[in-house]
Design a protein around this ligand. Structure first.
Ligand SMILES: *Cc1c(COP(=O)(O)O)cnc(C)c1O
Length: 469
């Protein structure tokens, strides 16, 4: 055995202890770690001929890279939709690495990790108040979840048209309808060979990011039964708007189409009494995407897909790893590798299982409803401010706003100064052609004091920007 492997193996206790100390420090100081990243020259190393050993590499990481990493899992990183990591989820994630299971099969090979993955899916369905008619699994993110769901949708359409797309490839264009699809859904359509320009945009309701149901019905009437994929949104990124899922669910009774819902973060409203009406009817979808590394606050990378079990045949046709005899017959021996894009994969369910078991329904509910309250607090401040104004009413947990009377150039300078001070981090966005600042609340550590810090910062920067005029 190579000498550094031998010494590292002997020193594992000490090495893990050092990493544990580092992690403890990071958790304890997350509040004061700058929220925004600073541009830096990053040190490059060439491949060492002789290995340095883990201790020296850890020291190098700490010296060169650690301080460059912003507090993206901390309480005031409000860019994109960036979740943190609950304590229990970190434990689960460490153990995923420690036990290093290749989570695949249940029957025959006694793979407890796959059994636990299935169990975790049941806990997620309970948490989201979805029926047990869904089958689910873990993938790297909502992008791959959308991809997985739409792969099965594509196969379903082909079967309705009398052919097997998995075997013969796409022979004719598929009709796809959407109101305000997330960029990753469009990417999924592109990756699946269905062609992003084939997405038929259903007009949106006035002043909304939700599709017009009447227009959707017209589209459904114009297309053959069983040959349309509908991409619907449960939580758009700017205004967190929801397509009328209840109405779509009623259309499902009249028309036969594949209904996919991208509920990457919006789906979490299902756990909050005063918001769950936004997802009413979603239980009748064919497939649903939910991210775990956003509002669930599980470490990257983690998401689930839910696909109705009645589509199992199409599901297997899409993903079966059929020409490896040693893996068994996909119809007889359950294995995740016949249901997912990946073959080998990590035990991604474990951190989710840890967090759901540690904090239960109430704990995760509290995170979601606190974030909604905090978004409302910032909204109330903006509505009462003469400096700032909302660009769109705050519907759930994202606040889009701007400085009253600032030019685009001034807005850009404002955001640059704000993020440059690194106390809070927010991103620029464009809502219906109007540029704005966007703050998204999904972190479990964010509290009222962070809103107070943000308000102080916003006012201070306004004064800096106007003093420079
Ligand atoms: C973030 C997001 C995605 C993509 O998710 P990843 O986890 O980054 O792959 C898809 N849809 C919506 C609505 C999102 O917010």
């Amino acid at each position: 055995m190579y000498k550094q492997l031998t010494t590292d193996k002997e020193n594992m206790e000490l090495l893990l202890h050092s990493v544990q100390q580092l992690a403890v420090q990071r958790f304890q100081n997350i509040d004061s770690i700058p929220a925004a990243a600073k541009p830096q020259n990053v040190q490059n190393y060439s491949l060492p001929e002789e290995g340095l050993g883990a201790e020296a590499v850890l020291a190098q990481f700490q010296k060169e890279y650690q301080h460059l990493m912003c507090g993206s899992s901390g309480p005031r990183y409000w860019g994109y939709v960036t979740g943190g990591t609950t304590p229990a989820s970190v434990l689960g994630d460490w153990l995923t690495t420690t036990f290093d299971q290749n989570t695949q099969s249940i029957e025959g090979r006694g793979d407890v990790s796959a059994i636990l993955e299935k169990e975790t899916i049941q806990l997620m369905l309970d948490f989201l108040e979805l029926p047990k008619s869904f089958f689910g699994g873990f993938v790297t993110g909502a992008t791959m979840s959308n991809f997985t769901c739409l792969g099965v949708a594509r196969q379903w359409i082909g079967k309705n048209q009398g052919y097997d797309i998995a075997r013969t490839g796409l022979q004719q264009p598929i009709q796809i309808a959407a109101g305000m699809p997330h960029s990753s859904v469009i990417k999924g359509i592109a990756m699946l060979g269905m062609g992003s320009t084939n997405i038929h945009k259903i007009p949106l309701l006035d002043g909304r990011e939700a599709l017009d149901i009447e227009q959707l019905e017209v589209f459904l009437q114009q297309n053959p039964s069983g040959e349309v994929i509908l991409l619907s949104s449960a939580g758009t990124v700017n205004s967190v708007d929801f397509d009328d899922l209840k109405a779509i669910s009623e259309l499902k009774e009249k028309y036969n189409f594949w209904w996919h819902i991208d509920a990457a973060f919006g789906g979490l409203v299902a756990c909050v009494d005063h918001k769950k009406h936004l997802v009413a009817g979603w239980e009748n979808a064919d497939s649903i995407t939910v991210d775990c590394h956003k509002w669930f606050n599980i470490p990257y990378d983690n998401a689930v897909f839910f696909i109705q079990e009645k589509h199992q045949q199409r599901h297997i046709e899409t993903f079966q790893n059929s020409n490896a005899p040693y893996l068994g017959n996909p119809m007889e021996n359950f294995s995740y590798l016949n249901f997912l894009p990946e073959n080998s994969r990590r035990f991604r369910a474990l951190p989710v299982w840890f967090s759901l078991m540690a904090y239960g329904k109430k704990g995760h509910q509290e995170i979601v409803s606190r974030n909604i309250d905090l978004a409302q607090q910032l909204t109330n401040y903006i509505e009462n401010s003469t400096i700032f104004k909302l660009v769109v009413p705050t519907r759930v947990n994202v606040v889009c706003f701007k400085v009253v009377n600032f030019s685009q150039k001034q807005q850009d300078a404002f955001l640059k100064t704000l993020n440059g001070r690194r106390k809070i981090f927010i991103t620029a966005s464009v809502y219906k052609g109007e540029s704005c600042f966007r703050a998204a609340f999904v972190n479990w550590q964010t509290t009222q004091k962070d809103i107070a810090i943000a308000i102080e910062e916003l006012e201070a920067i306004y004064h800096i920007c106007t003093a420079n005029e």
